[in-house]
Design a protein around this ligand. Structure first.
Ligand code: MF3
Ligand code: CO
Length: 253
């Protein structure tokens, strides 16, 4: 069942989303050669708590941290560690959520640590562009498949692989609500989009094939072929006037 959100509920999710937008800015400074993923996690948790919000992932199904830190061939759900130090040339996916007044917001970004080869930068650019193209589809009258198709067609046309095993999701009182939002699919198919729906759209894209496997820690998902992977995510409210991106700072705000 897809739960529509009222204006009051959207206000809470917007407040959480704006905290995440601020974290995302902070990550651009925090992510640098030599820092450990644990140091990033500790800093981000303190930042969220200082703003009166709660970490969404810590304790979720036993997940032990605030941020998922996924380096290079790790796709999602990497666990922060004091033993994992970033090096020049790495890419790192950072995924985090927060809770305000019982409502969730969720976002992710992939950053390059220093300089990376052009094709790696293209992976990051194309994955982010595919999210932007998906967001444009978030208006009443369109269907869920329009979102999925926007991601898939953009990424595959650039020769990248689109992960199937993980999908985006509805979000609200729970981190994961209906509907599932796949990053692959046919335009014009699936549930109709309505004002009041809130979706977390999260393309996970690789330099090689779409297949993934889970490491022994039972969390970290890596590409089966060892290729690099990128992940971007925003929480988007569908309004009568089109998409409102809750996890980005509104221009002029
Ligand atoms: N951002 C992830 C998602 O959208 C959630 C991570 S699962 C957790 O599904 F356990 F790490 F919280
Ligand atoms: Co999510």
């Amino acid at each position: 069942m897809i739960v529509l959100k009222s204006a009051r509920e959207l206000a809470h999710m917007r407040a959480g989303g704006q905290i995440l937008a601020a974290v995302r800015e902070r990550l651009r400074v925090l992510v640098r050669p030599g820092v450990t993923t644990k140091e990033i996690d500790v800093d981000v948790e303190a930042f969220i708590v200082a703003r009166g919000a709660k970490s969404a992932f810590k304790g979720y199904r036993g997940y032990p941290a605030t941020v998922c830190t996924s380096i290079n061939q790790e796709v999602v759900h990497g666990i922060p560690s004091e033993k994992r130090r970033l090096a020049e040339g790495d890419i790192i996916g950072l995924d985090l959520g927060c809770i305000v007044e019982g409502y969730y917001a969720d976002c992710a970004v992939t950053l390059a640590v220093g300089a990376v080869p052009p094709r790696v930068q293209e992976l990051l650019d194309v994955t982010r562009e595919s999210l932007d193209k998906a967001i444009v589809q978030c208006r009443p009258g369109n269907r869920l498949g329009d979102i999925s198709h926007a991601v898939q067609s953009h990424c595959e046309s650039h020769g990248f692989g689109v992960v199937r095993a993980f999908v985006g999701h509805g979000i609200g009182r729970q981190l994961h609500e209906d509907p599932q939002v796949p990053n692959f699919g046919e335009p014009g198919r699936g549930p109709g989009l309505k004002a009041g729906m809130v979706l977390a759209i999260e393309p996970m894209v690789t330099m090689g094939s779409w297949e993934v496997r889970i490491l022994e820690d039972r969390w970290t998902a890596v590409t089966e072929d060892g290729s690099l992977a990128a992940h971007f995510e925003d929480t988007i409210a569908i309004t009568e006037n089109g998409p409102e991106i809750l996890t980005r700072v509104e221009p002029g705000a």
